[in-house]
Design a protein around this ligand. Structure first.
Ligand code: UD1
Ligand code: CA
Length: 450
């Protein structure tokens, strides 16, 4: 039978005060929508339908990046959450299993909770995920009698007595797909917002003799993001949880509160992360590597025994093998650095490969961009690159070669060769002293003249 997932992601998110669609705002380096899709993956859905509206093309692109097979339907006008679910009707016409509705702005629903939700379907037609809210604010309130959910009332429509209820609606709903579609097709919009509320299906279902119930979860899982402040709180909650997981996994975080993780950061046991390190998306750090303070990493791989930073920047495609050393003010992008190579100070390595045990001197730059195209620099193993070498790519350097300090490398350097490409030095005896005397005399004359 299987499960279909419907993700609502059409809302403009007016209260975010942003040009970016709400569900594309990042949390832990990934759009909120990706968190919702990842949460839903716990149900191993047979079909995924994302309902888009505001910024639909951009939202669809992010959704298809996550899963090229998922279906995207456009909700042309945002007439409410119930109307949004109805947009999935055509895609579910032939579907005999259950449908679960998730919101694109609710990123933290856990796999266990979704399993509990699915299990409760065995005894009830409609299952709604609810939570006890410390501050129920504008959430919809759940009205229950025993194990029956009798009604959901939106904050805007609630009486004062109903607003005092602290059991709130998360928005997550499970039902047989065909039943859900019949119910959302029958919704009206006579309410304070003039919207087709998904929440009203409970009333309709009970009028038809169907049963509804609530599955409860922790409030932290149902955090819905409507404002920048809520997004910042969610980010803080995400970071706190991720740091705790890293510590439990055997990673040393010297000052956990200062380390920023992404959703997909992977760090091996006994790696050491010093204070003030930022991980963007796509980072893997092997066991025993050390990331020193104030380093910024994204889309890169750091192998066992490597030491990075302080003040290093690893950008997408940086692949560092075992025991590589990368020091302060070094930037590495789209480059493979073989085992034991050292790039210790003030260097840019982009679109390059660097062989084993090669030493890159301070101030070296791979000049990879000619203003139109990017070009590669290939450096062999055991090479000694003198300080302030410029590699004008495309260029390659053979094994065990050297470059003299200050060399501008415009031609390939054969293995074992020393490349020297700099202006020859000329010493003028006594000229420094004579020049200084002349300059001081000129300054003194100018001072008297004033
Ligand atoms: C909704 C619930 C409320 C619940 C809260 C939990 C309704 C009527 N209310 O309120 O009971 O406590 O979520 O966070 O369901 N969306 C669409 N199309 C629309 C309208 C909304 O796709 O026409 C999407 C939004 O992009 C968002 C989600 O549905 O991802 C929820 O919409 P939102 O407007 O944030 O609902 P709330 O007012 O928060
Ligand atoms: Ca919301």
């Amino acid at each position: 039978m299987g499960t279909a997932l419907i993700i609502l992601a059409a809302g403009q998110g007016t209260r975010m005060n942003s040009d970016l669609p709400k569900v594309l705002h990042p949390l832990g380096g990934e759009p909120l929508l990706v968190h919702a899709l990842a949460a839903g993956a716990a149900l191993s859905p047979e079909r995924v339908i994302v309902v888009t509206g505001h910024g639909g093309d951009d939202v669809a692109r992010v959704a298809r990046d996550w899963d090229p097979e998922l279906r995207v339907v456009q909700q042309a006008e945002q007439l409410g959450t119930g109307h949004a679910v109805l947009q999935a009707a055509a895609d579910l016409a032939d579907f005999s299993g259950d449908a679960v509705v998730l919101y694109g702005d609710t990123p933290f629903v856990s796999p266990e909770t979704l399993e509990n939700l699915a299990a409760a379907r065995a005894s009830h037609d409609i299952v709604v995920l609810g939570f006890e809210a410390r501050d129920p604010a504008r959430y919809g309130r759940l009205l229950v009698e025993g194990d029956q959910l009798t009604r959901i009332v939106e904050y805007k429509d609630a009486t004062n007595a109903e607003r005092a209820i602290t059991l709130c609606n998360s928005g997550v709903v499970a039902a047989k797909a065909s039943v859900l579609m019949e119910l959302v097709a029958a919704l009206g919009n006579e309410n304070a917002a003039g919207e087709y509320y998904l929440t009203d299906i409970v009333d309709l279902a009970r009028a038809r003799g169907l049963s509804a119930t609530v599955v409860r979860c922790d409030e932290a899982e149902t955090l819905g993001i409507n404002t920048r402040a809520e997004l910042a709180n969610a980010e803080a909650a995400f970071q706190t949880r991720t740091r705790a997981m890293a510590l439990a996994d055997g990673v040393t975080l010297v000052a956990p509160d200062t380390v920023q993780f992404a959703q997909d950061t992977v760090i091996g046991r006994d790696a050491v992360i010093e204070p003030y390190v930022v991980f963007g998306p796509g980072v893997t750090i092997e066991s025993g590597a050390r990331i020193r303070s104030f380093s910024h990493l994204e889309g890169c791989h750091v192998s066992r025994g490597a030491v990075i930073g302080p003040f290093a920047r690893l950008r997408p495609g940086a692949e560092l093998s075992e025991d590589v050393h990368v020091g302060n003010f070094v930037e590495i992008k789209n480059a493979q650095v073989a085992e034991g190579a050292k790039i210790n100070h003030l260097t840019y390595v982009g679109d390059a490969s660097i062989g084993a045990r090669t030493n890159i001197g301070a101030g070296t730059i791979t000049c990879n961009y000619d203003g139109v195209s990017k070009h590669r620099t290939t450096i062999g193993s055991g090479v000694f690159v003198g300080s302030n070498t410029m590699f004008i790519a495309p260029v390659s350097v053979g094994d065990n070669a050297m470059t003299a300090t200050g060399t501008i490398v415009t031609q390939d350097v054969p293995a074992g060769a020393l490349a020297v490409g700099r202006a020859e030095q000329v010493n003028k005896p006594g000229l420094a002293v004579r020049l200084m005397d002349k300059l001081r005399a000129a300054k003194a004359r100018a001072g008297k003249g004033q």
